[in-house]
Design a protein around this ligand. Sequence first.
Ligand SMILES: Nc1ncnc2c1ncn2[C@@H]1O[C@H](COP(=O)(O)OP(=O)(O)OP(=O)(O)O)[C@@H](O)[C@H]1O
Length: 394
Amino acid sequence: MTNQRLYIEKKDTIVNLSIDNNNNHYKFNIEQQNQQDSAKDDVITIPSQLPNYLTSPNQVFIIDSIKSGTGRSSSSSNDIYHTIINPLFKLLDINYQYFKTISSKSISKFANQFNPQYASTIIFISGDTSINEFINGLPTGTTNDNNKISIFPIPNGTGNSLALSLNLQDQLSALTTLLTSTNPPHPLHLYTIQFPTGSYLSLHNEKHSEITHKLNFLVVFSWAFHASLVADSDTPELRKHGLERFKIAAANNLNQEQKYDAECYINSKKIDGPFAYWLVTGSDRFEPTFEISPHSDILENGFYLVAFKTGQDIMKIMYQVYDKGNHINNPDVIYEKLIPGDEIILKTKNSSSIRKRRFCLDGSIIVLPEQEEHEIKIQIGDYIHNNWQFFIIH
Ligand SMILES: Nc1ncnc2c1ncn2[C@@H]1O[C@H](COP(=O)(O)OP(=O)(O)OP(=O)(O)O)[C@@H](O)[C@H]1O
């Protein structure tokens, strides 16, 4: 059970928030006056003056991606929006618009019609993919002040790498950070990939939609073993297992040779494959203890290549990742930093089999067309995309 007591200065009221970690059930209650006079030392004060990004003229939106993580049903006690966020925001007089997903296209559609009057704050109750879908779904913005978007993740997905990289370990601590942070929102850096014509987004291992323009990622772009785990575990059956779904898919993948032929170039430096593991990431961890890139800082512009070749003991290296990111000291692991101005190109070979041409983009699976060779270039962008300026609340 995780508990949090908040003192709402504006209303001179203490509220108790709790989450039962076993079943994800939330509770919200307002303390009686006589209890309030007792121990006030363990409370977090929510000041009367909330951060600018939650007050007018900023427009606040909440996107509730209800199938993220193990999913949740509306108005039940595992629904953090209705149980906690809605009553808390009402108490704090925060004006916002609530948007709940109804399909796998909801977030892209919401993004495509997004046309705020002022700078906006978007709070995601989701994992990483939902945030990625929003950013990639936006139309071209104007260059007025209304193009500033501050994003905040309340971690509810299977993969919550963005939140974890900001040290937001759970929903309640994320909420208090959102309400009390004194840091100005920081530029949120994006990385861009042009996929070959004919590439498509795959959902539950079926073609979902064609990729028609460059796509951005926020936290991870992967191929080989990592992309296979994400793709293979994307079934309704395995999704029920939450984070365990990756472990189940990993066990299945370890029964097959992990051989992905390619050459990789960082600027003019060539790195020969074949690879078993290959990904680039700007975040330091994918799970609370899976420290995939200990030197990454999500607030910096740049990312790391983490890769190793076929023939290495995959599980041994994965355990090193869980051991405080110790894999980066393993001479068989390639760990390279890329900064603005650098570029990375992956040239795949013998990749006509579908398992060899699946990529993971912040949790989405992109399948390249059926060809023996592909070339993918990843560019380090900045925090501006399609005229929108992105910031992260931290
Ligand atoms: N009502 C819905 N019906 C179908 N799909 C939905 C619905 N709501 C959200 N989704 C989709 O579910 C996915 C949730 O991804 P998100 O990253 O937020 O959570 P997740 O559990 O971490 O998933 P992953 O780890 O695979 O990225 C998104 O692709 C989103 O569009």
